[in-house]
Design a protein around this ligand. Sequence first.
Ligand code: AMP
Length: 544
Amino acid sequence: MLTGRMMDFPLTLTHFLERARSYYAAQEIVSRKPDKSLHRYTYADFHKRVCQLANALTRLGVKPGDRVASLSWNHHQHLEVYFGVPAMGAVMHTLNLRLHPNDLGYIARHAEDTVIVVDRSLLPLVEKFEKAAGSLKHVIVIPDDGPVPEGRLDYEQLLAAESPTFEFPRLDENSAAMLCYTSGTTGNPKGVLFSHRSIVLHTLVCCLPEVLGLKESDTVLAVVPMFHAAAWGLPFDALLTGAKQVLPGPHLDPQSLLELMQNEKVTVAGGVPTIWLGILAQLDREPGKWDLGRMRHMVIGGSAAPPALIDGFRKRHGQNVLHAWGMTEMNPVGTLARLKGDLHTASPETQLDAYASQGYSVPFVETRHVSDTGEILPWDGKAMGELEVRGPMVAASYYGDEGKDRFTKDGWFKTGDVVTIDPAGYLHITDRSKDVIKSGGEWISSVALENALMAHPSVLEAAVFAGRHPKWDERPLAAVVFKPGQEATKAELTAHLEKQFAKWWLPDDILFVTQIPRTSTGKFLKMKLREDYGDHLMKASVAS
Ligand code: AMP
């Protein structure tokens, strides 16, 4: 082999920090506090405080490879921890503030966190699991909504005592930078350990014009929590490109977000479908109230974005929606629904199909789908199978080596998502493998039925799940939440579905509920629906 003669320069996050300080010193980071006031500072201020934090953590004994946890909303101090911890060679571990204390205790112990940085407003939660966490030596409290209690380390005081310069070490690009646990609905959560290299590659890929296409003139709003799959990498993308960052703190209601988008002139925002469903409903209620003229695109992912949501934003509010699919195990963005080739000139309906699909792979994510019997399926838009992925931003194993069965012998990761792939490479997720509905041995797509129900004008949200059935084994059941002040009968909703689906696909019953149970990261928790209503049809058949 003739070896290339290029420098062996590591791909690490330290470069992001240096670049922000050298080229984008005056760029702004704006974050919202619990009292709704805004905190503003520049990348230059941010850089100084990241150095102060690295000095403070070093003084507390944090060494390369140590896990430093965060339990915080999206705000500037959380961003400082995001960069300061990996740049000093330690590992940033984001804890999900929506989890039960027992789960947090399990995760913190599993990760062997030695330090936790927590918002004062969330300290009561830490108090419930800090003993169970086992190895915690320091709890550092960010005074977000009031003074830090006696006897606890105060984040601001720690930083104030330190020098604003820090000699960041030259790190190996394969060293661990960040630890994120999956939001798994079954079994224990599993840890995914991102390397500096994978985060850097992911950032470069996401900033490409055909992906998120971020640039210095953008203003990025990460609504997606920084504790969920690294906020899809948005903080990294923004820092590398020198874009302005806006962080919403704990205020995630549509009104607060719309205010922030308008006043801070946001151009790119990312969040899960629930967030955007709320925003769309608000815009529909008060059209013309908010000036979102600077928005370039709204990024939607984390669970399937209903076509009616994408269409509603496009047609009624002139907003460009980008549907993305990914997983924590993938750093996390895997595919994105942008038009390509003939689709640029296709009919609006065909374009909507593409926008509502999960899109095609970003560079360096390779995909295939495989049948139950292990056969690799064709990209014909029909064959359904489990999606497998590989690439330099895909986990090679879980932290602690659990879940080995998710990795194939020939080097692919099994996603657990059931998909079709069309000839142009666009993915269509039809289900999570564990949520598949098999009726009389035939398979019914819950996602397709949900999307159709959510296209009904009265329906805010709908989840379709398997109900046990004495004859067919499983039959689809739907849980529906209406928009405020709206209603429809079961017969009306069934008639609406009949236009699109074969009779045997139609749900056997439609349950009207006030909310659909969700996972800690906002996905429909179908396991809970199955637990609560799974026997509904058995009972009905006994009664009839
Ligand atoms: P997480 O690791 O919490 O981000 O969860 C990853 C899982 O969320 C994927 O395996 C999918 O099941 C689901 N998911 C993420 N994005 C989408 C999407 N755009 N459409 C459908 N499912 C999605």
